[in-house]
Design a protein around this ligand. Structure first.
Ligand SMILES: Cc1cc2nc3c(=O)[nH]c(=O)nc-3n(C[C@H](O)[C@H](O)[C@H](O)COP(=O)(O)OP(=O)(O)OC[C@H]3O[C@@H](n4cnc5c(N)ncnc54)[C@H](O)[C@@H]3O)c2cc1C
Length: 429
């Protein structure tokens, strides 16, 4: 049995590692169009420069070797359900030279786990003038742009006391809030570039725009209020009930006619399924996600599954499973059990996947976290501070354990992550 997993992110990589360790490289294949994996919930830290991508990124080849799966480098381009093959596109190096040519990869079982991409909701100027944190290359681009803007402001400061960097983040969900807080923390290390004239608290002006009445709108009011307070303490300006109508290279305009000056604009206001999915001949919902049944099987297509952000999975409570790392993690575990049963010649369990919401935690810089944990009877507990921080980190620990194979290695990797110090925006070596 050849199992092909497309997308080595929060869910797909965990599945590949767990299956690889049991079934080996002849049976388990992972396809990804990147060479390095980084856990997406840490991307805002890479963007801010408080997490070193070169240290935190895990090479797929190393993971394939250690976890005994085969790795196919390249983007999935097409699906041939009759031949049970996918097409993996050519990859090229920075010099334009071909690295791996286009080829076809046969499968017996196919799992699509290609995540999500930014949804601009038709806002004019958004695709051209904003950065979205979809992958490590976006985070790196942000980091370099930030360095460029800081350098320009530093050089101007003597002549112009108002010189600084204006960052506008559109979308006050978890990603936007976490990025705003992380950027403020990162501002404090800018002086290490010799930016002696810039005041890190006030010359990096961070504005967060949210269309709903409050930031973190899907979470309990107490979580929103605490996050708003913590952001205010960090000199982050928050505008709620603010609908963005147009974006230009140097400003964001809202429905009330206000202009928000922006040297860098980040889009974190929504996600949608990657456009590839609509081209595969598989059933999709209005958002472009693949429609799956309770066992994560793509409707009407035997042997094809989807998990994570790209799967439209309706939970047993009738509500869509949210696009979150904890859902991708749980779905990977669910499919692991199913494929292990199939590999033993048994029928997989017919019990549907059940999403367990363990709560939502939002990191406010490297030191604190706010959120709510789900308790028994669906009640939620508000938590904040160090305990919340430890709970936040535990989701990352579960991911490390799944991909590194042992709790000891995962704890060591995470310990390294936790003692990380804010690093400069660009490695100078
Ligand atoms: C900044 C940020 C913070 C977040 N924080 C949290 C959090 O605190 N808690 C939480 O639960 N969730 C969080 N999320 C959401 C969470 O990261 C996603 O829900 C989760 O990563 C989805 O996992 P996935 O496996 O579906 O996709 P992803 O993790 O996005 O992985 C998709 C993979 O598919 C690959 N791929 C894409 N297209 C192709 C193709 N055509 N061919 C081959 N490979 C392809 C990509 O390279 C990638 O490796 C956060 C997201 C962001 C951006």
């Amino acid at each position: 049995m050849r199992i092909v997993i497309v997308g080595g992110g929060a869910g797909g990589l965990e599945l590949a590692c767990k299956l690889g360790r049991k079934l080996g490289p002849e049976q388990v294949f992972l396809v990804d169009n990147k060479l390095f994996h980084i856990w997406k919930p840490t991307l805002h830290e890479v963007a801010a420069g408080t997490l070193d991508y070169h240290q935190e990124g895990l090479s797929y080849l190393m993971l394939a070797h250690d976890n005994r799966f085969s790795f196919a480098y390249g983007p999935m381009l097409a699906l041939d359900t009759a031949a049970r093959e996918i097409t993996v596109g050519e990859t090229r190096g920075e010099d334009g030279e071909s690295i791996v040519p286009e080829r076809r990869l046969p499968y017996d079982q196919l799992i699509i786990a290609v995540g999500s991409t930014a949804n601009y909701f038709g806002v004019p100027g958004a695709p051209e003038h904003t950065l979205a944190l979809n992958g490590p290359e976006d985070a790196e681009r942000f980091r370099l742009r930030m360095l460029k803007r800081l350098t320009a402001a530093e050089l101007r400061k003597d002549r112009d006391p108002s010189a600084g960097v204006d960052i506008v983040i559109i979308g006050g969900g978890a990603t936007g809030v976490e990025l705003a807080a992380e950027l403020r923390e990162a501002s404090a290390v800018h002086s290490r570039y010799g930016f002696a004239h810039l005041d890190p608290q006030h010359d990096v002006r961070i504005t967060l725009l949210e269309g709903a009445e409050r930031i973190l709108a899907p979470l309990p009011q107490q979580v929103s209020s605490s996050a708003a307070r913590l952001l205010a303490e960090r000199y982050v300006t928050v505008h709620a009930s603010c609908r963005v109508v147009r974006i230009e290279a140097d400003a964001v305009y809202d429905a009330d006619g206000r202009r928000h000056a922006a040297d860098i604009t980040v889009w974190s206001a929504g996600i949608k399924a990657p456009p590839l999915l609509a081209t595969l001949g598989l059933p999709t919902n209005r958002g472009g996600q693949l429609e799956v049944d309770g066992q994560l099987r793509v409707n009407g297509h035997l042997g094809i599954y989807a998990l994570g952000d790209c799967a439209a999975c309706i939970g047993v409570d009738g509500r869509p499973v949210p696009p979150r790392a904890q859902a991708a993690h749980q779905q990977a575990d669910y499919l692991f059990a199913a494929f292990m049963a199939i590999s033993r010649g048994q029928a997989p369990s017919t019990a549907p996947y059940v999403y367990k919401d363990h709560g939502s935690l939002v990191s406010i810089g490297t030191q604190t976290t706010v959120g709510s944990l789900m308790g028994a009877l669906k009640s939620s507990w508000f938590i904040e501070g160090l305990f919340a921080r430890l709970m936040y980190v535990s989701l990352h620990l579960l991911h490390h354990r799944a991909v590194l194979g042992s709790m000891r290695t995962a704890v060591l990797a995470l310990a390294r992550f936790l003692v990380k110090r804010a690093t400069p925006l660009v490695k100078l070596h």
